[in-house]
Write a protein that binds this ligand. Structure first.
Ligand SMILES: Cc1ncc(C[n+]2csc(CCOP(=O)(O)OP(=O)(O)O)c2C)c(N)n1
Ligand SMILES: [Mg+2]
Length: 328
């Protein structure tokens, strides 16, 4: 673990709560998917929770977040309500994208959660554009852009790195390196597997971080975000992590050795932080039960909200093909 000392009790419990919210939310989504309440593609970030939770600690409300299709956790931690996310998973009008986006396209203007994105690498130029707008308008804001290791093989990655560095745009690039792009392991599609070096070659300050350690992620993200905000130039974090589940609900996951998955599970970010808080004497009897109780309550209420939601009437099918003006 990163810290020689455990975090303050309040902060430690807050980080644990956030990771538990994401983990339990997605576990319930699996059940709801099996019951055909949720349909379509669904990608889980179980195992990777420390990445979204740690990075989000470094952001301010005015900052923007751009994410991938594996973004339920990012949306929840950013502050999109569990109810709005769950209703979106159900395809209901009350969802954060009016039920039109589903699992891969969560969006919420109020929290500047500028979207999940089904296109690998598709969020990178969007983030660069948001940061360019901020720079031109003189805002001291950061755009955090999450993307997978697979995106590094896309042309958009290189174009985005180049322009962000050249124009000194305030983007915090957060590469979630979970070693696989669908069923292909990184060594089979990248000539250079140290992804921080790729960013460094564009003169972007870059660090590789243990993405299973929420305190290490938070620490690195705070430093990088401060640098981005102060300098109006990009930084890059390569967050080394691992998904415990298959790529998506349709993936039989036959390409990863079982021992490899088990080895990574020994570094479960939730168990690791729990152990650290316990060893540091920060955790009290009943704390975990209390966190679990509040998380379960939040998720059950979200499911109730989604169940009670409405499906968009078919007459509205053509709405929003063209803009109806600025959102209220
Ligand atoms: C441009 C594009 N090419 C291919 C795909 C199909 N595809 C979906 S996910 C994926 C793997 C991406 O892996 P990575 O970026 O490492 O993210 P992870 O799923 O590991 O979080 C691919 C190739 C796509 N969605 N978009
Ligand atoms: Mg990956």
């Amino acid at each position: 673990m990163s810290g020689e000392r455990p975090p303050e009790r309040e902060h430690g419990l807050h980080l644990l709560l956030q990771m538990l919210r994401v983990r339990r939310f997605e576990e319930r989504c699996v059940e709801l998917y099996s019951a055909a309440k949720i349909r379509g593609f669904m990608h889980l970030c179980i195992g990777e929770e420390a990445v979204a939770v740690g990075v989000m600690e470094a952001l301010q409300p005015e900052d923007a977040v751009v994410a991938t299709y594996r973004e339920h956790g990012h949306a929840l931690v950013r502050g999109v309500s569990a109810a709005a996310v769950m209703a979106e998973m159900y395809g209901k009008l009350e969802g954060c994208s009016r039920g039109r986006g589903g699992s891969m396209h969560l969006f919420d203007a109020a929290t500047r959660f500028c979207g999940g994105n089904a296109i690998v690498g598709g969020g990178l130029p969007l983030a660069v554009g948001l940061a360019l707008a901020d720079k031109l308008q003189g805002h001291k804001r950061v755009t955090a852009c999450f993307f997978g290791d697979g995106a590094v093989a896309e042309g958009e990655f290189h174009e985005s790195m180049n322009l962000a560095a050249l124009w000194r745009l305030p983007v915090l690039f957060c590469c979630e390196n979970n070693l696989y792009a669908m069923g292909t392991r990184i060594e089979r599609y990248e000539s250079e597997t140290n992804l921080a070096l790729k960013a460094a070659s564009y003169e972007i300050p870059a660090w590789s971080v243990d993405g299973m350690d929420v305190l290490a992620v938070e620490d690195a993200a705070r430093k990088a975000a401060a640098e981005v905000r102060a300098g109006g130039a990009p930084c890059f974090l390569e967050l080394r992590t691992y998904r415990f589940r298959a790529h998506s609900m349709y993936d039989p996951d036959l390409y990863r050795p079982k021992e490899e998955i088990e080895r990574w599970k020994q570094h479960d970010p939730i168990s690791a932080l729990t152990a650290q808080l316990r060893e540091g004497g920060v955790l009290r009897d009943g704390d975990i039960e209390e966190l679990e109780r509040s998380v379960a309550e939040e998720i059950e209420a979200a499911i109730g909200f989604a169940e009670a939601g409405t499906l968009e009437p078919v007459e509205d099918l053509e709405r929003f093909v063209y803009s109806e003006g600025p959102a209220a």
